[in-house]
Write a protein that binds this ligand. Structure first.
Ligand code: TXA
Ligand code: MG
Length: 329
């Protein structure tokens, strides 16, 4: 690994967007904010840049990347959209929805970024800075979350810097992100299937479709032959401290990740307490989730005890990430 790169951190604004576009064109690695989490971008057409990206994250190259584009017209040069895909793109782009679609015949995205699959994941982010970079750059940018592989996704530039300083060329600081969990991933083949719950609630998608989304079969995650969702490795999003779910009380040597107004036994004696949302607001909880996991992880508690979070709306994505965090690494 070529660590010891000089990583430049720029506040978004001024010449930062032009600098980001120039860096991408030259094959550089640029971390930038999206509405979901910070992404680590590379030019989708430059295999050497993409190889550096996998190396910088320590990510296995069989786990493909999401191509980010400025609009649906750009997306259609990369992927084949059926009627359902068009319907979802028109309803939710720009926004926290990724579609997995068959590649076009002349798909410009490098094979390395799609792990040799004949499908490609694609999204149009809603964040102003991400959109400005995509417009200035003019092509597709592949961008996984800007964290070391397996670590908690970054929701601030400081999180990115703590994982990737010395490993990337440029970090654009656009402040904390709005959504806080990664995009929802839907595969559109014969029937639309939910591959990853995320920042766009399943219910919103089902309302547009007029029917339920198919679920990912449990074994699809571990089937190495041709995994449907290659990145949904069971352990992921993990802090170093073990995570204990559905806590109804907490011990003095534990840290507590709370939710809602009701307290639980032992909270006043716990090593640390952070509340995802005292008002019980799932959007607020999603926005706080990864930052609070990082903060509690730093307290070196025996475990992070987590109170139950309701499973509807963004709660599905929050519980998915918590479940993966609890499996550990
Ligand atoms: O919100 C997000 O989606 C963020 C921001 C930066 O856009 N990106 C993100 O990327 O979460 P990443 O690499 O951390 O997660 C992408 C997921 C992985 O689980 C990967 O396996 C899956 O998308 N994926 C990519 N291409 C795929 C494909 N062709 N078929 C199935 N899954 C795919
Ligand atoms: Mg990730």
């Amino acid at each position: 690994m070529k660590v010891g790169l000089k990583t430049q951190i720029l506040p978004a604004g001024g010449h930062a967007v032009a600098e980001a576009a120039r860096c991408l064109t030259e094959g550089g690695l640029v971390a930038f904010p999206t509405e979901t989490v910070y992404g680590l971008g590379a030019d989708a057409t430059q295999a050497p840049a993409i190889a550096r990206l996998y190396e910088a994250k320590g990510r296995p190259s069989f786990n493909p990347l999401i191509a980010h584009v400025a609009d649906l017209a750009a997306a259609r040069k990369i992927a084949r959209f059926d009627a359902t895909a068009i319907q979802l793109a028109e309803a939710f782009w720009p926004g926290p929805l990724t579609l997995v679609l068959p590649k076009t015949d002349n798909c410009p995205v490098a094979e390395l970024a799609t792990a040799g699959l004949d499908t490609v994941a694609i999204r149009v982010p809603a964040h102003g800075i991400a959109r400005d970079i995509l417009r200035a750059f003019g092509g597709a940018v592949v961008a996984p979350s800007a964290n070391i592989s397996g670590h908690v996704s970054p929701t601030t530039a400081a999180h990115v810097a703590s994982d990737l300083t010395g490993r990337v060329d440029l970090i654009l600081d656009g402040g904390p992100v709005e959504v806080g969990v990664e995009s929802t991933i839907v595969a559109c083949f014969d029937v639309p299937m939910l591959l990853r719950p995320g920042g766009l609630p399943r219910e919103a998608i089902e309302r547009v479709l007029g029917h339920a989304l198919q679920r990912l079969p449990e074994d699809a995650v571990n089937d190495d032959a041709q995994p449907l969702a290659p990145g949904m490795l069971a352990s992921h999003y993990a802090p170093r401290t073990p995570v204990r779910l559905n806590a109804t009380s907490v011990e003095p040597d534990e840290a507590l990740l709370a939710f809602g107004a009701a307290g639980i036994g032992g909270a006043s004696a716990a090593k640390a307490v952070m509340n995802l949302s005292t008002a019980g607001d799932l959007s607020e909880a999603a926005a706080n989730l990864f930052g609070y996991l990082r903060a509690l992880d730093a307290r070196l508690a025996r475990t992070i005890a987590v109170m139950p979070v309701p499973h509807h709306g963004l709660g599905e994505a929050i519980n998915d990430r918590l479940r993966r965090a609890a499996i550990g690494r």
